[in-house]
Design a protein around this ligand. Structure first.
Ligand code: PXL
Length: 281
């Protein structure tokens, strides 16, 4: 059985990070270990204020050393939202300890959306996140995170040449395959693009665009991508499954939007995801 460890916060209410990664990767038939990096009462995105934040950075080295003593190994190490520069440094050490010749390191450099950094993040934090990206096989930023990582202005007016150039520049940080999510050149299609820098090859996957922003979709995408990667799927298959399932979740959220403005209704789609894993060879 494949094993993944997901390292990110628990937002107790709000459907993102671990409360998304754990059910999604498990539904893909993969054992999912977790390292909660912080406990928040809700996520920090639009609509919530006054949330609590309990930092668990100090627990991570002890968890890592216990696991090392048991010689635990994982097919993928997957990180999402990290709450402080110190935490990014400790996760970086975790990568050094648990990287093998055959596993994947997947970093979703959670920094912001819609052209803005999330609450509490600074330019120094972005710099620190770049260092973590250098150790990854795959990084999965959205268009906002791509702009912050590259130090370029955020724009919603771009074409395929812009995306290819951004992917090449992200690869210069040292990660093998950057993946950009939320790519859309017009109102009809939305999807993701990847660049395998070792083989100098680009990959694209698009599906129907829905012109609205949905919280937590980045975590849904990265969780499916991580699961598909751990299952040994190729880059195109990982992109296709993550794009398709993210769209399923958005479509399921629209009729429930009044109730779940703070997250996407991925729960209603897990049956489909299990089907995709079975169908895609
Ligand atoms: O969905 C990314 C995410 C994860 N964790 C926390 C967040 C966010 C985005 O706002 O606030 C705590």
């Amino acid at each position: 059985m494949k094993k993944v460890v997901s390292i990110q916060d628990i937002s107790c209410f709000g459907k993102c990070s671990l409360t998304v990664a754990l059910p999604i990767i498990s539904a893909m038939g993969i054992e999912t270990a977790v390292i909660p990096t912080a406990v928040l009462s809700t996520h920090t995105g639009e609509g919530f204020s006054g949330y609590t934040f309990h930092d668990l950075t100090g627990d991570i080295p002890a968890i890592a050393s216990h696991w090392k003593s048991m010689d635990l190994r994982f097919d993928a190490l997957y990180t999402g939202y990290l709450g402080s520069m110190e935490q990014v440094g400790i996760v970086s050490e975790f990568f050094d300890d648990f990287r093998t010749d055959s596993n994947y390191i997947i970093v979703d450099p959670v920094l912001g959306d819609a052209g803005k950094l999330y609450a509490g993040f600074t330019d120094q934090f972005v710099e620190k996140m770049k260092e973590l990206c250098a150790k990854a096989d795959f990084i999965i930023p959205n268009m906002t995170e791509t702009a912050f990582l590259l130090g370029i202005p955020y724009t919603e007016d771009y074409d395929e040449a812009y995306v290819r150039d951004a992917l090449r520049r992200l690869a210069e940080f040292g990660c093998r395959t950057p993946v950009i999510t939320g790519v859309h050149y017009d109102d009809k299609l939305q999807g993701a693009a990847a660049y395998d820098s070792v083989n100098d090859k680009f990959y694209f996957s698009f599906d129907r665009n829905i012109n609205s922003r949905f919280h937590g979709t980045g975590d849904i995408f990265s969780s499916v991508f991580t699961g598909a990667c751990a299952l040994g799927r190729d880059i195109q298959q990982c992109l296709d499954m993550a794009v398709r399932f993210t769209l399923d979740c958005i479509e399921a959220t629209i009729p429930n939007i009044e109730e779940t403005w703070y997250g996407s209704c991925f729960e209603l789609c897990l049956g489909k995801l299990i089907g995709y894993v079975k169908e895609q060879k």
